[in-house]
Design a protein around this ligand. Structure first.
Ligand SMILES: C[S@@+](CC[C@H](N)C(=O)[O-])C[C@H]1O[C@@H](n2cnc3c(N)ncnc32)[C@H](O)[C@@H]1O
Length: 357
């Protein structure tokens, strides 16, 4: 698809539609909760009109930037429209049917409601929880089937636009290896979940060897269905803990990681960054995306606090005050750069080349 005024209008209309759908879903589901389970309604801070204006402004800046990056060829324009629409439409009723059990868990403060067959010994303890009060945590096909839709609703249809902010720094970082064939580049997406970031990378770097790692076999099964059903290069999916990646030292040219850090305790966060550095070849690039933090987005402090109160996010308060730049530097990275887009902070960092003597 070419970038034309008409395709820009189509993109803007699509985004507006997703925003309206996300807002309407949240409004209706809150009303339903007030009616059916009033005791579970979380006590949040009121959102001021200034904050709402700021949220709207930064969301439209994100969408403008998303369009510009596509127009400038960072990624194909048709990526802006690519989503499993039919799948999502058929799964949407399940999101509603799932709500009552979410309310029950919130009311009972039950955050360890996981499938009986869960083999607890193969997961770190911090992982064995119902993040976002999600049914089965990350540990079932049911949870994996609903996850992308739930994230899209949470971010009013901007989740992929936020993920795509990784692509420009990723491509810039890979220029270090521009003397190599594109098919010699290996890119790992850590905590890939259902693989939505990899889908964006697959279209942007069609020749690169892509690998996704995650602790959840169910999420990887879903990723496999969405990533490996076409003639595109096969994506390799590996079940593993991001704190102990099963890859040799220096073997990858780029690593990405989206929406993981805020779900980890501080020491695990550091372990993951250390691992990302270990597996990268010197000169390789790490690009991270996660929630904005208090230091870079103080104007959103009420929104960040409300997020923590509405969803079970046990490490979020610690994360939003954490110094990720220092952690990256402690892990061995340099050339650290950070920027915010709507609710997402993007960090890029380079693994230094050895000093020649
Ligand atoms: C919020 S989701 C983000 C998924 C995906 N990156 C995205 O863009 O939507 C967090 C993911 O991190 C995975 N995860 C959490 N802790 C992990 C760990 N220690 N090692 C590997 N994966 C982990 C979960 O299974 C889940 O798929």
């Amino acid at each position: 698809m070419a970038s034309t005024p008409l395709s820009k209008l189509a993109y803007q209309t699509l985004q507006q539609g997703k925003t309206i759908a996300g807002l309407a879903h949240k409004e209706l589901s809150t009303k339903l909760m007030e009616l059916m389970a009033p005791e579970t309604v979380p006590k949040t801070e009121p959102v001021s009109s200034e904050l709402l204006d700021e949220l709207r402004r930064s969301m439209s800046a994100l969408q403008e930037r998303d369009w510009q990056d596509a127009e400038e060829g960072v990624y194909p324009v048709d990526l802006l429209f690519k989503a499993p629409w039919l799948d999502w439409a058929s799964r949407y009723p399940l999101v509603w049917l799932d709500l009552p059990s979410t309310w029950d868990r919130r009311r009972d403060r039950n955050v360890r409601d996981l499938p009986d067959e869960t083999e607890a010994s193969i997961y770190p303890d911090y992982y064995l929880q119902n993040f976002h009060h999600q049914t089965d945590g990350y540990l079932s096909d049911h949870s994996a089937a609903l996850y992308d839709l739930q994230v899209e609703i949470l971010f009013n249809g901007t989740a992929d636009a936020m993920r795509r902010r990784l692509l420009a720094p990723l491509k810039r970082g890979l220029r270090h290896f521009s003397d190599r064939s594109p098919s010699a580049l290996r890119v790992l997406d850590v905590a890939t979940g259902t693989g939505r970031m990899l889908q964006q990378i697959q279209r942007t770097l069609p020749h690169a060897e892509l690998i996704g790692a995650d602790l959840s076999a169910a999420y990887l099964r879903q990723a496999n269905r969405w990533l490996n059903d076409s003639n595109d290069h096969l994506v390799q999916l590996v079940r593993s803990n991001a704190e102990q990646l099963p890859f040799k030292d220096h073997g990858l040219q780029a690593v990405t990681c989206v929406f993981l850090l805020h779900e980890l305790p501080g020491d695990a966060r550091q372990n993951v960054l250390n691992e990302c550095c270990r597996v990268l070849e010197p000169g390789g690039v790490l690009v991270l995306a996660d929630s904005v933090q208090l230091a870079d987005s103080p104007q959103f402090d009420t929104a960040l606090d409300n997020f923590r109160k509405v969803f079970h996010e046990p490490y979020y308060r610690d994360y939003i005050s954490d110094d990720i730049e220092t952690r990256l530097s402690d892990a061995g990275f340099d050339g650290i750069h950070a920027e915010s887009h709507f609710m997402t902070r993007i960090w890029s960092a380079k693994k230094p080349l050895p000093i020649e003597v």
